[in-house]
Design a protein around this ligand. Structure first.
Ligand code: ATP
Ligand code: MG
Length: 194
């Protein structure tokens, strides 16, 4: 029987997650929480694929820029020194470029994960975007310690181990982008599906 509200989400282990040897641990944490891996592959993405993965809309770019700006204000750092501007849209565009550079620099692991409210559950297992703020017990909180400021001084993306879709709609789009319509498996997990 299908569990009510079961949905799928998209997860990618970023280059720092792969290089820290966390592939197994990340999958274990998902499976331990009764989430089911329904597609899985290691691969080397192209810049073009990554460019299509990350949103380009002004709202998303501004959100990244505004969050970055808030961190700089909180810690009294000069955003213009690292970005040459304080405009959230331009900051967001620069971060997006660093992110694409980073995500296409080394092999990643991609997966589709299925379960009850999978999108929210996986986001909870993953933890806050900023590793230094992520709760202990989350993947980012247990295995990383980066921040926007330490990353931006070096003109790079924040190393936070893993990507996970934010909404079911984003998840559908990302699963189709990375796996196509067909390559998702169906099987029953003992104790969960029967
Ligand atoms: P993801 O989308 O990777 O799952 P998230 O949803 O927690 O992470 P977003 O706000 O969507 O976070 O940002 C996407 C990614 O952009 C972050 O995971 C991080 O790697 C990177 N990022 C965000 N802000 C900055 C910043 N100021 N400097 C460098 N990298 C950043
Ligand atoms: Mg995101």
């Amino acid at each position: 029987m299908q569990i009510p509200k079961e949905e799928k989400t998209y997860v990618m282990i970023k280059p720092d997650g792969v290089r820290k040897g966390l592939i197994g641990e990340i999958i274990r944490r998902m499976e331990q929480r009764d989430l089911k891996i329904v597609a899985l592959e290691m691969f080397q993405p192209s810049r073009e694929q990554m460019d299509k993965h990350y949103p380009k809309d002004e709202k998303w770019l501004r959100r990244i820029g505004e969050r970055t700006q808030a961190t700089y204000t909180k810690y009294d750092h000069d955003i213009k020194r690292d970005f040459g501007t304080a405009d959230p849209l331009r900051v967001g565009k620069t971060v997006r470029k660093w992110l694409i550079d980073y995500m296409s620099s080394a092999p990643l692991v991609k997966m589709a994960v299925q379960g009850v409210h999978a999108v929210d559950m996986v986001r909870k297992i993953v933890g806050d975007t900023m590793p230094y703020l992520a709760d202990m017990g989350t993947i980012r909180g247990d295995y990383s310690a980066d921040s926007a400021i330490s990353a931006n001084i070096e003109h790079r993306a924040i190393f936070n181990l893993i990507h996970a879709s934010e909404t079911p709609q984003e998840a559908r789009h990302e699963i189709e982008h990375w796996f196509g319509k067909k390559n998702i498996f169906k099987y029953k997990r003992f104790g969960i599906d029967e």
